[in-house]
Ligand binder design. Structure first.
Ligand code: AP5
Length: 216
């Protein structure tokens, strides 16, 4: 057991494998997984004020405005489970303003993992992705197909997972990524995300252990 909680940021383009790797990191390091995409989809499904503000942006593949998302993330990070067990921030910060807001709130991470995957690979990943609404598990019809017929029959596809919308999502990503990376030069580690998920995950585990060794 660690004496101090581990705080991790994971970033990368749409479908670079953040969610897939977060399932593994969460198990290994016992941290709280906070995906802003999941939080926003839950808000949209529940029809909250935030959900109403976010819906149209998400449907078109655009980022939701900074002021809609920043407050939610800051509040969530202050909650007891995150403070105690550490956190894994997935999909945030995605803009320079979001990175600045974390810094101003005194929130710092032990490492910033960046999953590198070429754009042409991302499109194929997006269109084949499905999620299991029962377990939350992420599948890919070609790369990691469902285990049995029962699971296969209930899989869902995200409304923003079309070839047309991923173009917009990639544009938004490329517009912002350099500014976000610049905020984390000292703790950033780029990971080759264009390998088998188990290879990516081994590299990530090693990196986190190295970056947090002084905290263990
Ligand atoms: P969000 O949910 O964060 O979507 P995203 O960044 O586009 O990331 P994805 O969930 O698409 O991909 P992922 O990297 O998790 O990949 P996955 O592991 O699933 O955001 C959605 C929307 O919410 C945004 O467009 C925006 O509107 C809004 N939003 C969220 N955060 C925001 C913020 N901070 N500010 C403003 N707006 C925000 O993998 C993808 C597929 O590939 C799967 O099928 C998987 O099985 C497969 N796969 C994974 N790894 C591999 C591998 N190594 N090899 C082969 N296949 C693989």
């Amino acid at each position: 057991t660690r004496l101090h909680a581990v705080n991790i940021i994971i970033a990368g383009a749409p479908a670079s494998g953040k969610g897939t790797q977060c399932e593994i990191i969460k198990e290994k390091f016992g941290v709280v997984h906070l995906s802003t995409g999941d939080m926003l989809r839950a808000a949209v499904a529940a029809g909250t004020e935030v959900g109403k503000k976010a819906k149209d942006f998400m449907d078109s593949g655009k980022l939701v405005p900074d002021e809609v998302i920043i407050g939610i993330v800051k509040d969530r990070l202050m909650e007891e489970d995150c403070q105690k067990m550490g956190w894994l921030l997935d999909g945030f910060p995605r803009t320079q303003a979001q990175a600045k807001a974390l810094e101003e709130a005194g929130v710092s991470a032990d490492c910033f993992l960046f999953l590198d995957v070429p754009d042409e690979v991302l499109v194929e990943r997006v269109v084949g992705r499905r999620t299991d609404p029962v377990t939350g598990k992420i599948y890919h019809m070609t790369f990691s197909p469902p285990e049995d017929e029962e699971i296969a029959s209930r899989l869902e596809q995200r409304s923003d997972d079309t070839e047309e919308k991923v173009k917009v999502r990639l544009e938004q990503f490329h517009t912002n990524v350099d500014a976000v990376k610049d905020s984390y030069t000292e703790i950033m580690v780029a990971i080759d995300g264009n390998q088998h998920p188990s290879v990516v995950s081994a590299t990530i585990t090693e990196t986190i252990e190295k970056m947090t060794a002084s905290k263990a």
